[in-house]
Design a protein around this ligand. Structure first.
Ligand code: NDP
Length: 468
């Protein structure tokens, strides 16, 4: 029997399919086993969410906020255990896992505090027209393995707050913290309001085709997002698709490198680079390229790479072998094509999916490490001659999640509108906040999360036209 079960209709349930093994990426050993749902169990979870919907959606906002704040309390009370699970199955250093749990609490509380206004389109002597927000129904959520708890909260809390009920499916690579969350919330939420099913292979697809799921939120790859969009046509599901990116940062000529090097490193290598909005390509004026690469390399060499729960470790493993293989292949190809490895670049000879923070200088357009999302601990640095060239190169990829400009604030702000992406940071990158909407354009998906706009994506607009 698995240590953690799924949550269906308020009960802990084991999977009807053979369990799957969850590895600890720091030693490649089994850390947990996880239940795998059958499609019949997924259907039960959706039925339960559908049955719970009328009562949950009829609650007042104040009543639902009471529940949501209790969710935050419960996460806070179980913070240590949740962080330990995250380190074991995801690999990140303990401090970062604690930050993830703290972020989940902060996001939950903030989302409960956002006012949802009634819009008034006309209020004249004889007529009043209002835009009111209604819940949608059953929301499906499919979450990834990089920030498993945080992203689950990003998906489910706005959905619950707006009166929807939820079926949540974590990645089969990191399901345990989410299963634990589901079990903890059995004592908080009415049965059926939040169901958690784990599985691999066909549960996600069955969710995207399910006629009783009215909206789906997905964070993951563009290819899977496209598959979901096709399947969602069965019942015209609403979608929020957050499909990652290949974010460019542009360092303006003459920028103070000492002032920005730490920030560049931190935002490129956040969570070992496994973050959708991490800085993934860095464009630097040719006069400053070598100096900046060296400064980044000096910071990289100071990282302590190791198992996330060990004292002093600042840099954990890549989460899974497939991602590690991709990172290694991109670095090897870049080396062969003439790039300069300023730091890292070699997998340590020990168990675990470790790869040190790697600075690839003299990278060029056309190299896969530049053109593709590496989603791992590698930063390609590319020389440019004119700022216009850098902007064109930044915009040359198919995706458009985030981008950044580093240097003089006024010049950088002017450049922001030229970048084809959903968020632009000036002298920063990868900073997402519960009160600022976040989402991508182009092949990075559509829809936003966070802030009022993120909340409204979990609702339907109903226009009420009153003839007085
Ligand atoms: P995927 O993007 O393929 O997502 C896997 C999840 O999607 C699983 O839960 C899976 O469920 C579900 N799924 C698969 N096919 C479908 C479908 N047709 N309809 C609905 N759900 C489906 O992730 P991977 O883990 O394979 O990662 C691939 C790449 O995605 C990474 O290399 C990275 O570049 C990127 N990525 C981006 C993230 C981001 O934050 N934007 C996060 C993680 C990865 P089931 O197992 O049941 O099929």
């Amino acid at each position: 029997m698995n240590q953690f079960g799924m949550t269906i209709d308020g009960q802990t349930v084991q999977g009807e399919m053979p369990s799957c093994i969850v590895l600890n990426p720091a030693n490649e050993q089994e850390a947990f086993t996880a239940p795998v749902a059958s499609i019949a169990q997924l259907n039960k979870a959706v039925e339960s969410a559908k049955a719970a919907y009328p009562q949950w959606s009829a609650l007042s906002q104040v009543q639902r906020d009471g529940y949501i704040n209790k969710i935050a309390d419960v996460i806070e009370q179980n913070a240590s255990e949740l962080a330990e699970i995250i380190v074991k199955e995801q690999g990140k250093p303990m401090q970062l896992a604690q930050m993830e749990v703290g972020g989940a609490v902060a996001w939950t509380r903030h989302t409960a505090s956002i006012e949802v206004p009634v819009e008034v389109y006309e209020d004249s002597e004889n007529k009043r027209i209002e835009g009111r927000r209604k819940s949608i129904g059953v929301v499906g959520s499919i979450t990834p393995w990089n920030w498993p708890l945080m992203i689950a909260i990003w998906h489910i809390i706005p959905a619950l707050r707006m009166g929807n009920t939820v079926v949540l499916k974590p990645s089969e690579l990191t399901p345990i913290n989410t299963l634990k969350l589901g079990q903890l919330l059995q004592d908080v939420l009415p049965a059926g309001v939040l169901n958690v099913v784990s599985g691999s292979g066909d549960v996600g697809r069955a969710m995207s085709e399910h006629k009783d799921i009215n909206k789906l939120v997905f964070t993951g790859s563009t290819q899977t997002g496209q598959n979901i969009m096709q399947a969602a046509a069965t019942n015209l599901k609403r979608l929020t698709l957050e499909l990652g990116g290949n974010d460019a940062g542009i360092v303006l000529p003459g920028a103070n490198l000492d002032a920005i090097a730490e920030g560049l490193f931190a935002t490129a290598f956040i969570n070992m680079g496994q973050t959708c909005a991490a800085l993934k390509r860095l464009y630097v004026h040719e006069s400053q390229h070598d100096e900046l690469c060296q400064k980044l390399a000096d910071i990289a060499e100071k990282q302590v790479v190791g198992e996330g729960s060990a004292d002093g470790v600042t840099f954990g493993p890549v989460q899974n072998s497939q991602q590690l293989e991709k990172v290694i292949a991109l670095v090897e190809e870049a080396k062969q094509q003439g790039a300069t490895i300023y730091a890292g670049g070699v997998r340590p000879d020990k168990p675990g999916y470790f790869f040190p923070p790697t600075i690839v200088g003299n990278a060029q357009s056309g190299m896969r490490v530049v053109e593709e999302e590496q989603f791992g601990p590698v930063l390609p640095v590319i020389k440019y001659t004119t700022v216009a060239d850098a902007v064109a190169a930044a915009n040359s990829v198919e995706v458009g999640l985030g981008g950044s400009v580093w240097g003089d604030v006024e010049q950088a702000s002017e450049l922001a509108s030229k970048l084809e992406c959903g968020s632009v940071w000036i002298n920063g990158h990868a900073e997402v906040l519960p009160h600022a909407p976040f989402g991508g354009c182009k092949m990075s998906g559509f829809g936003v999360e966070f802030g009022l706009e993120g909340l409204l994506e979990n609702s339907l607009l109903q226009v009420v036209n009153i003839n007085k």
